[in-house]
Design a protein around this ligand. Structure first.
Ligand SMILES: Cc1cc2nc3c(=O)[nH]c(=O)nc-3n(C[C@H](O)[C@H](O)[C@H](O)COP(=O)(O)O)c2cc1C
Length: 287
């Protein structure tokens, strides 16, 4: 099927040939997962830091929409405050800040999972000050017997999975495990798309929604702000998304690197193409 948002095969071949010839002069090489933007993984956990700062190290490895990392931390030995950084927003892509809050929740979860391993109990008070809407949570820390949480090791390994959906039934344990996580939360429910009809409808809806976003100038502009096109941009910002983090195969990544900056329309649709996961850039801790 021809996708109107993607360059055709011939266009890609032309781009590839031109890129191979131009590459030595372009100087736009983008090493995969290398450089200062990726140090937060290599440094975690830094034994020279006190437990509360190691917890912040864990928190900033969390997922966030477009890798905006919309968090700030106020740290002391007995508590950590998690603040929403409203300058790090997706604008028209996330007008209600819903995705931003989800990203902050991811940071909070990493922190809570890491705490027992560093000998701390973490008691979380969400939105503790009614007059401070940007203060998302206050986490009280107290000394505790060190023990690793079951998911502690995944903090540094976790990445967004943009690979193809696996066309196989769920293993028996998954559904009850997910239901357990939800517990008695009234506002959350579990819906599994089991039939091929449901899955086809989900696939079609996802593609249609992505095209609608790309065609919406305001949303496309807001998304593009977080797109990093060169190694220099990745190192300067240490946030956002880039061609290596999109999970393209090695061949397409190589072509993309050689080709250099993409026009906005292609960069945006590129972020919707599902492939295998890759490392992401990360800003150093903003505390
Ligand atoms: C609330 C939220 C929404 C997200 N939406 C998308 C999305 O629509 N498409 C996508 O490819 N990734 C999405 N992501 C994944 C982020 O791009 C990803 O977490 C970020 O780039 C950091 O990469 P990592 O998760 O591999 O560490 C989302 C993440 C969060 C927390």
């Amino acid at each position: 099927m021809n996708d109107p948002c993607m360059p055709g095969r011939r266009a890609w071949c032309r781009h590839a040939a031109a890129a191979v010839m131009a590459a030595p002069m372009a100087g736009c090489e983008l090493p995969d997962g290398a450089g200062v933007a990726y140090e937060s993984w290599a440094d975690y956990p830094d034994a020279s830091l006190s437990p509360e700062f190691r917890l912040v190290q864990a928190a900033i490895l969390a997922a966030s929409p477009h890798n905006t990392q919309p968090w700030r931390f106020v740290v002391s030995a007995t508590q950590i405050e998690l603040w929403r950084d409203s300058d790090r927003s997706l604008g028209a892509v996330d007008p209600l800040g819903r995705e931003q809050i989800l990203g902050l929740g991811c940071a909070l979860e990493n922190l809570a999972i890491a705490a027992p391993g560093f000998g701390r109990s973490a008691s979380i008070a969400p939105w503790p000050e009614p007059t401070e809407p940007l203060l998302v949570a206050r986490i009280g820390l107290a000394p505790a017997e060190p023990r690793d949480h079951d998911l502690a090791a995944t903090i540094v390994d976790r990445h967004t999975q943009r690979g193809r959906y696996v066309d196989a039934p769920l293993s028996r344990e998954v559904e009850p495990a997910l239901a357990d996580l939800i517990g008695d939360l009234e506002t959350v429910s579990l819906v599994l798309l089991q039939s091929s009809h449901e899955r086809a409808a989900f696939r079609a809806g996802t593609i249609a929604a992505t095209k609608a976003i790309v065609d919406d100038r305001e949303m496309s502009d807001a998304s593009h702000v977080w797109w990093r096109q060169t190694q220099a941009q990745i190192e300067e910002h240490r946030d956002g998304i880039n061609i290596m983090s999109m999970g393209f195969g090695a061949g397409l990544r190589a072509l993309g690197k050689l080709r250099g900056p993409l026009p906005q329309r292609r960069a945006s649709i590129g972020s919707a193409i599902p492939r295998a996961p890759r490392p992401q850039p990360r800003r150093l801790a903003p505390w």
